[in-house]
Design a protein around this ligand. Structure first.
Ligand code: HSE
Length: 443
């Protein structure tokens, strides 16, 4: 492909030569001319910092670009865009701050770092009249950050709900398809490389927690730290939960939710959480299966929209990172590196504690045979209305699942403690929210 006559070159430095770093190198090598023909900016990778020069790499990167010192990348005067692909919340922070303080644009995929230190990093970017791009930090290849920040700029966000962890979605999908238990499917996911040897970051909901905190902050222009956000992973889900939900017309998904509740004295009250959630089979999110991600965005002007794609993997993540590099390079080429405010944090929000939320719930307990009615009575005794019930005998026990009318998390928590205290209780009782998408699309 011919490179446009008007192209200007922008040098890029990458810190991290692993899976994503290799993908970024490959994508730019393959499509730099295409990008230049579309934007007038030719991306050139000048340096790549790696752990060791001779480590095995899935993608060959020319030796002449490699260094083992990240400062060689950040301090290279030709490098105008620094890409941080190291991950974690330690040295990565120093790398990004060093680059921003030199007025360089930074691109990162590091959700844990942004969720923990984003407020400071975005402030330093503004102070140094530069930008910090982070499209790949949420939902991999899906352009959700760009959509919320730019495409939907005229909207107030009423509901953003997403399946934003591919590992959990794969496990839940396989549990439903094969009828296997969590542990068995987790092992299989690990063998296939879909789950890490230490799966906690994914299955305990930390990864989705970071991502939903970033989306909440971006959508409401106010810093929402993970400490303000309720988190629950999928370890407590058993096969019979999935089966019961299916019979009732629901899918059980690990869902990240940001919901507008109301406004008081100019301050938005919002609800943010990550938790296993029942979604009606008819909702488009219920059709997001396997390792895929999907995010539904309901804006007051646009109505319901939906984005779907791969949330992880070399090429999907590289696509998002190179999109950011291109934006950064384009702004630099026009002499306005701070054209885009990466995350505007000029408002205040009040994040409602989950205890204050009212929802319909799915409750499950495993009782001794003959104790099923007691469990139901206990729930009703707390003033919770049961809408539907299922009892499935499982050997010496009974699996008891209930769907409730709207009630508070406070009452649900009390009931869970009481169910747990029953002498015949054979498994930790659980309660999962049924998401009715009120105020958003419920079709
Ligand atoms: N481990 C994540 C997932 C991908 O399973 O979706 C990186 O955020």
């Amino acid at each position: 492909m011919r490179i446009s006559q008007a192209s200007v070159s922008v040098h890029v430095g990458v810190i991290g030569g692993g899976t994503v770093g290799g993908g970024v190198y490959q994508a730019i090598s393959r499509n730099a001319a295409l990008i230049a023909s579309r934007t007038g900016v030719l991306l050139k990778i000048k340096r790549v910092a790696v752990k060791a020069i001779d480590e095995p790499r899935a993608v060959d990167i020319p030796l002449s670009l490699l260094t083992t010192d990240w400062r060689d990348v950040v301090n290279d005067p030709d490098v105008k865009v620094v890409v941080e692909l190291v991950g974690g919340t330690g040295i990565a922070k120093e790398m990004i701050l060093t680059a921003l303080r030199q007025g360089k644009s930074v691109v990162t995929a590091n959700k844990a770092l942004l969720a923990t230190h984003g407020e400071e990093l975005f402030k330093v970017a503004r102070e140094n009249n530069t930008a910090l791009f982070y499209e790949a930090s949420v939902a991999g290849g899906i352009p959700i950050i760009r959509s919320i920040r730019e495409g939907f700029v005229c909207n107030r966000f009423l509901n953003i709900s997403g399946i934003i962890n591919g590992t959990c979605n794969y496990i839940l999908t396989q549990m439903e398809a094969q009828g296997h238990g969590f542990e068995e499917v987790l092992k299989e996911a690990q063998a296939k490389g879909y789950a890490e040897a230490n799966p906690s970051l994914d299955v305990d909901g930390h990864d989705a927690h970071h991502k939903i905190s970033i989306l909440a902050s971006l959508a409401f222009n106010a810093w929402v730290s993970p400490e303000q956000v309720y988190r629950e992973g999928i370890r407590s889900v058993i096969g019979l939960d999935i089966q019961a939900c299916k019979e009732w017309g629901y899918k059980l998904k690990l869902l990240g939710v940001v919901k507008y509740i109301s406004q008081e004295s100019g301050i938005d009250k919002i609800h943010v959480r990550v938790a296993p959630t029942l979604i009606a089979n008819t909702h488009i999110l219920a059709r997001v299966d396997g390792v895929f991600n999907g995010v539904s965005v309901f804006g007051d002007v646009v109505g319901e929209t939906f984005l779907y794609g791969r949330g992880a993997g070399q090429d999907a993540t590289a696509s998002a990172v190179v999109g950011d590099i291109t934006d950064a390079a384009l702004d630099i080429s026009k002499g306005i590196p701070d054209r885009l405010i990466p995350m505007c944090l000029n408002r205040q929000v009040s994040v409602l504690p989950i205890e204050e939320m009212e929802n319909r719930f799915y409750i499950r307990t495993v009782t001794g045979l003959g104790d099923e009615e007691n469990a139901k009575q206990l729930v009703c005794g707390e003033g919770i209305q049961i809408n539907s019930a299922k009892v499935i005998p499982t050997g010496p026990h009974s699996f008891v699942a209930l769907l409730t009318e709207p009630t508070s998390w406070k009452k649900i928590n009390k009931v869970l403690s009481m169910l747990k205290a029953c002498t015949t209780c054979a498994a930790e009782p659980v309660a999962f929210i049924i998401e009715d998408f009120v105020g958003a699309c419920s079709e």
